[in-house]
Design a protein around this ligand. Structure first.
Ligand code: R5P
Length: 284
C-alpha cells in the first residue's frame, strides 16, 4: 500500500501512512502563472494499493483531486481508494430552491469515475454517499478520536448545538463516559443563527460543544453563550472539520475557552487525528 497526500491535509496523510505502515509518495504540486494547477506523482504505483487523501474544499482542491486521480490512472495499480477527509459541498445535499443544483451530487459525479472506493469522514449529509453509483463509498466517523482528545482534556459534559448532531454528542459523550444533551438551533441565514434557551445541568462543568463543521462560528458562538448563561465553567468547541471562514477564530475566542478540530483540514486548532478511523476502514 502507498499513500498519496493532496496539499489540503498533509498532516493527516502523514499520520495515515504511519498508521498503515505504508510509504508516503513523493509528489509535486504547483500552480502555473495563469493560475492553473499542476500535480505530479514522483514514485511508481504499479502493482500497489493506492490511497489518495484529498479534499473537495476549497474549490481549487477539487481540481487538484481530479488531477491526482487522473495521474493515478496512468499507473497499473492494484486498487485505488480515494479518501476525501472533508467532503466539501455536502451541505447542499438537496435543492432548497428551484433552479439550484444538488452540489453534493455534482461532486460525486465528477469524482466517482476514478477510484474503486471512496472513504469520507464525518460527512455532513449521509445521503451524499447514496449518490455514488460507479464505485464503493463509505463514510467513517471520527467520534472515537474526538472523544479521546476530549477525555484527555477532562470534559465532563458533551452538548450538540442543534438536533442534527444529537447522535454525535451521544456517541462522543458515551465514549468519554459523561452525560450528553443538545440545544435547539434556528438558522436565520448563512451567517446568523439563534439558539433557543433550554435548561441543561452544566453549571460548574467543563462542557464540550461538538459539531461536524465550524464555518463562520455563528453556531458555536451562540451555543457557547447559552451554556455560559447556564453556568458552564469552561466551554470547549470541538469539530471534525475546521473551515473557520473569515474571522471565525477571533469570534470564537471571545466565548470559547478552547477550540479543537481534527486534521481533515490542517489549521491552527488541529489537535487530533482521524487517521486511525480511516486506517480501520482500510484494514477491513
Ligand atoms: C450545520 O448543520 C452544521 O452541522 C454546522 O453546525 C454548521 O455548518 C456550522 O456553521 P457555522 O459555523 O457557520 O455556524
Amino acid at each position: 500500500m502507498i499513500v498519496i497526500g493532496g496539499s489540503s491535509s498533509p498532516r493527516l496523510s502523514a499520520s495515515l501512512a504511519k498508521e498503515l505502515g505504508a510509504p508516503l509518495a513523493k509528489t509535486e504540486v504547483k500552480r502555473f502563472p495563469d493560475g492553473e494547477g499542476y500535480v505530479r506523482i514522483l514514485d511508481p504505483l504499479d502493482g500497489q494499493e493506492v490511497v489518495l487523501v484529498s479534499n473537495t474544499f476549497p474549490d481549487e482542491k477539487i481540481v487538484e483531486t481530479m488531477l491526482f486521480c487522473d495521474a493515478i490512472e496512468e499507473f497499473e495499480y492494484k486498487r485505488f481508494t480515494l479518501v476525501i477527509p472533508y467532503f466539501g459541498y455536502s451541505r447542499q445535499d438537496k435543492k432548497f430552491n428551484p433552479g439550484e443544483p444538488i452540489s453534493a451530487r455534482a461532486m460525486v459525479r465528477a469524482l466517482e469515475v476514478y477510484p474503486d472506493e471512496v472513504i469520507t469522514v464525518d460527512i455532513h449529509a449521509d445521503s451524499t454517499i447514496e449518490w455514488f453509483e460507479t464505485c464503493e463509498a463509505v463514510n467513517v466517523s471520527g467520534h472515537a478520536e474526538m472523544a479521546g482528545k476530549l477525555r484527555e482534556m477532562g470534559v465532563d459534559y458533551v452538548v450538540s448545538p442543534d438536533e442534527g448532531r444529537i447522535r454525535t454528542a451521544e456517541a462522543v459523550g458515551k465514549i468519554v463516559g459523561v452525560p450528553s444533551d443538545y440545544l435547539v438551533k434556528e438558522r436565520i441565514d448563512g451567517t446568523t443563527v439563534k439558539i433557543e434557551p433550554k435548561h441543561i445541568a452544566v453549571a460548574g462543568k467543563r462542557v464540550a460543544i461538538v459539531d461536524d463543521i465550524i464555518s463562520t462560528g455563528g453556531t458555536i458562538v451562540n451555543a457557547s453563550s447559552e451554556l455560559k448563561k447556564l453556568g458552564a465553567r469552561e466551554v470547549i468547541a470541538a469539530c471534525t472539520h475546521g473551515l473557520f471562514a473569515s474571522n471565525a477564530l477571533s469570534r470564537l475566542a471571545t466565548c470559547c475557552d478552547k477550540v479543537i478540530s481534527s486534521d481533515t483540514i490542517d489549521n491552527q486548532t488541529t489537535s487530533f487525528s482521524v487517521a486511525p478511523a480511516i486506517a480501520r476502514e482500510l484494514a477491513k
